[in-house]
Design a protein around this ligand. Structure first.
Ligand code: ADP
Ligand code: ZN
Ligand code: ZN
Length: 725
């Protein structure tokens, strides 16, 4: 008797056994089963002869959804690896790996396509009768020669022309099963390809030498050094062999400009996957890629799960970017999964960045990855000079020192754009009473409320709760309430007053909500409609602003003294990426950093010696301190209304691991953000010198944790290779 083991969306680290009804489903197909009172959709994961359960009590599968597997052997391998490495329930992993439409049971087969063809009267129709309707004329003329899909005709000739001809019964709408079309290979035309410079050529040929095998490359190139050009030229021979390319980009980096570069170079359709798509759109790209109908797929984090018929190359752009790590549920790192995938599919992988993650750099320095370096800017652009500006004892206007305002003025007068970076949204990070010093706090998070003047409210940036701006102090009833510190909103107002002849644009998650809004903003900057760009993190990510010659960073002092050991690395990446926004075209650029601590060794090292030097030094420090990448970590987090529950739970977890002499436990200690949304948060960090040691211990204990007395009373999670503390 065949036992069908199914990955169901149930938070348990196991498969669930069922019996076949009459037909045995194939491994990798979706099936519908009853689970308790519910009907669930799961994926057949294994077929065995034996079960750990009483065979007589096993239920039968109710329906087989797919005739052909939606998970091929590689996809299954990746899911199994994820479940095993991240100690995550397999059913939940499988869900994450599927487009939402498939989770809901939609057909995995492409939908039929609507075509337009001529009717009998259309075939004999005298075209000259349509001389006054040119669109209808050309459409009918075209249909005389070729068949068109309805959507293509709507796009090329307009919906009304199509409708008019349908109404006149000159054409008809026929639905045909989707024809798998893999002809892109014949359509490739290479256009706009520059001669690679020496460094690029070396990088390209290194990748080309390994196209038929697994190999991992770190493409370590300063901003503007032509990394994208290296991708393009490395992709070319892959596509010409008819193999597919998957490119991951950070969420915010996926702009029409990026996509256009790939589309234009090869003249073929590019599949795009990001969080702004509808479920149907996502499913279509998934289907086309699986069927080999797309040569190139570009997408954000979860695009790493996109199946490919004939995979040839994987690229992770801006590999250091934090958006590749999922921060809830299945806490996977898409870059790390890309390495596993490339290995499973036997293809090369390029990790590109100007600021490699220390883990990645270490892999390159120890020879695990091939280290390709681009140290010159491509084309005519020169590298921006970097400076610190000492603001101790300096009066600041809306957060900016006079010396820096003068600099801004100079650059504006030369017709350039300037970019100001500040990592705080809103008007001011706090509202303080001048009489008694009271600061309005969010009680659920114990953090000051941010003042948002434009929204007329105080908002907590940790839990989102908001309330009207008070007129009086809560403690002493004084009405002298002052904004403390500077946020993007205040900066914008200040700069508007100070430079009335120049236009400002503020780009942060308040103003740039939604993808198309950000695209519009980026376009208006490139059209020089604005001269002063104010923004948060969003601005640092890979956008091209050829006319920006001055980048000014206003407030990083907080990050210099963070308790999180990754803060220094992230800050160095941020500063370097921001500096990379200046002087990308012919004009030379400069970056200035305002600070109260101009002698800080991190800043000095970064400014004088660059990211590469900083990173090597930071690695040395990590080694001395026994931190990753020289050790391996797993972080248990627990939260509860009562801090004691969270603490006791993690204490019990720590006891489970006390038997492993080479697993070191730190905690339980309060999380960096101790209270959030009314919940107290604690954490327990496990660390080991070897990955396998930590994996082994976790593998043995993770199911025990489920049975702990408090496991159902606290919300807890396990984060392997945590990035955030
Ligand atoms: P990165 O991805 O490293 O930031 P890009 O690939 O975007 O760099 O290149 C920066 C600029 O230099 C782009 O405008 C690109 O078209 C141009 N460029 C890149 N390589 C070359 C080359 N070999 N010759 C001329 N221009 C180049
Ligand atoms: Zn007061
Ligand atoms: Zn809050």
């Amino acid at each position: 008797m065949s036992i069908i083991s199914i990955a169901l969306p149930i938070p348990k680290r196991q498969l669930f056994d069922y019996l076949a009804a009459d037909e045995i489903p194939k491994i990798g197909c979706r099936v519908r089963v009853s689970f308790g009172p519910r009907k669930l959709i799961g994926v057949v994961w294994e077929i065995n002869q034996e079960s750990d359960w009483d065979k007589n009590k096993l239920k039968k599968i109710e329906q087989i959804i797919d005739a052909q597997p939606i998970f091929d052997a590689t996809q299954r391998k990746l899911c199994s690896w994820l479940a095993q490495y991240y100690k995550h329930p397999i059913g939940d992993v499988v869900q994450s790996a599927m487009p939402v439409a498939l989770r809901k049971g939609e057909s995995s087969e492409a939908k039929p396509t609507n075509y337009l063809t001529l009717t009998d009267s259309g075939k004999t129709f005298d075209l000259s009768n349509l001389s006054r309707a040119p669109k209808q004329y050309s459409l009918l003329e075209k249909l005389n020669k070729v068949e068109l899909t309805k959507s293509q005709a709507n796009q090329d000739f307009g919906i009304s022309a199509v409708k008019a001809l349908l109404d006149k019964e000159l054409i008809q709408d026929v639905s045909k099963p989707h024809q798998i079309n893999t002809s892109w290979q014949q359509q490739i035309v290479v256009q706009g390809k520059p001669q690679a410079n020496v460094e690029q050529a070396l990088a390209i040929s290194s990748v080309e030498a390994k196209l038929a095998e697994f190999a991992c490359f770190l493409l370590d190139g300063i901003t503007g050094s032509g990394k994208t050009e290296v991708y393009l030229q490395a992709i070319e021979p892959v596509l010409k062999q008819g193999k597919q390319v998957l490119i991951l980009v950070p969420e915010i980096g996926l702009t029409p400009q990026t996509v256009h570069r790939f589309k234009y170079r090869f003249g073929i359709d590019v599949g795009i996957l990001h969080s702004g798509l509808t479920n149907t759109e996502r499913l279509q790209v998934w289907q086309k890629s699986k069927n080999g109908e797309l040569g190139i797929v570009i997408g954000t984090r979860s695009a790493i799960f996109t199946p490919m018929l004939n995979p040839g190359l994987l690229i992770v752009d801006e590999e250091h970017d934090a958006s590749y790590k999922q921060q809830d549920g299945l806490r996977y790192h898409a870059r790390d999964l890309a390495v596993v995938r490339a290995h499973a599919e036997n293809t090369p992988l390029i990790l590109g960045t100007a600021t490699p993650a220390l883990e990645t750099l270490n892999n390159a320095l120890t020879g695990k990855y091939h280290h390709l370096q681009l140290q010159q800017r491509a084309g005519k652009a020169s590298v921006a000079t970097k400076h610190v500006f000492d603001i101790r004892q300096q009066p600041l206007q809306f957060g900016i020192a006079q010396g820096m305002l003068d600099r801004i003025q100079q650059h504006l007068e030369q017709g350039s754009q300037v970019m100001l970076f500040i990592n705080r949204r809103g008007y001011a990070p706090a509202l303080m009473c001048h009489q008694c010093g009271h600061v309005e706090h969010c009680h659920r998070c114990d953090k000051p409320f941010t003042l948002h003047n434009q929204l007329y409210k105080l908002q907590c940036h940790h839990c989102g709760s908001a309330k009207p701006i008070p007129q009086q102090c809560n403690q002493c009833q004084s009405n002298e309430l002052n904004a403390m510190g500077v946020g993007t909103e205040q900066l914008e107002i200040g700069l508007n007053k100070y430079f009335p002849n120049y236009s400002n644009i503020r780009i942060d998650s308040d103003s740039a909500r939604g993808k198309s809004k950000l695209d519009t903003m980026l376009n208006s900057i490139n059209n020089n409609e604005h001269q002063i760009l104010i923004g948060t993190q969003i601005l640092s990510k890979g956008h091209h602003f050829p006319n920006v010659t001055l980048v000014l960073i206003l407030d990083i002092d907080g990050a210099l003294f963070s308790a999180d050991y990754r803060a220094a690395e992230n800050l160095a990446q941020l500063i370097t990426q921001l500096a990379g926004r200046a002087g990308r075209a012919e004009k030379p650029g400069e970056m200035w950093l305002q600070t109260h601590d101009p002698g800080h060794p991190l800043l000095q090292d970064l400014i004088n010696n660059g990211y590469g030097h900083f990173a090597q030094y930071a690695l040395l420090e990590r080694k001395t301190a026994n931190l990753p990448p020289y050790t391996y970590q797993a972080l248990f987090k627990a939260q509860a209304l009562n801090p004691k529950d969270a603490h006791t739970f993690l204490q019990n977890v720590a006891e489970l691991f006390s038997q492993y002499s080479d697993v070191w436990c730190l905690g339980p200690i309060p999380a960096l953000m101790e209270k959030r949304q009314g919940q107290y948060r604690m954490q327990l960090l496990l660390q080991a010198k070897q990955r396998s040691v930590l994996q082994h211990a976790l593998g043995q204990q993770v199911n025990q944790i489920e049975t702990l007395f408090l496991a159902n009373k606290v919300r807890w999670s396990l984060d392997i290779d945590p990035q955030d503390f």
